[in-house]
Design a protein around this ligand. Sequence first.
Ligand code: G3P
Length: 227
Amino acid sequence: MKLCIDDANVEAIKRIYDYYPIDGVSTNPSILAKTGRNPFDVLKEIREIIGEEGELFVQAVATDVEGMVADARKIVEVLGKTTIVKIPCTQNGFKAMKICHAEGIRLLGTAIYTPMQGFIATKCGCEYVAPYVNRIDNMGYDGVQVAKDIHDAILGSGYEYGGLLAASFKNSQQVLELTKYGVKAVTVAPDIIEGLVKNAAIDAAIDQFTKDFESLVGEGATMTSCL
Ligand code: G3P
């Protein structure tokens, strides 16, 4: 399963890329708005950090078909052909996806709240679809189950190029459920990625190992220094 960062904070992306096995970065217009900077300036910096092989997800913002296709072409022109354009799974979005797919633009179907949105986007050529897990939970439905249903529908129909980039997580349990299910990818905010190993029990275990070792060979000693 691929693990991506759902954020546009350049410092957070650098830090998490440094420590964790990360496959890419996803953004959306709201995430870009939080930076307060020109979107393409931020996105170019992110592209530099993650390299050409890193998967960078950038959303088309126009809402009409021609505008979405123009946004998609511009995104790929500026940020490289490996960039994956996010297009909302609306009626206009589906038409734009078909045009972009015919041009060889890599696509992700976004703003997904129902399984059939994900299925149709895949049929339009999207290599990823992004169900909003936590937002679905907040509507009183089961976001993890919607994501699983889309995963099953894509696999069941034999669309081997397709799969999930599950998004909108608010806790590590939601991420774990989909990890166990074998989805293609998840995109997770920096605080949740770093929170995966923030745990008093882990800290206590490490502290005890350090204390025990120091009681054996002296304060501050490590395997490197104890010979
Ligand atoms: O990019 C879409 C998704 O990640 C939104 O997440 O946290 O705003 O629900 P959130």
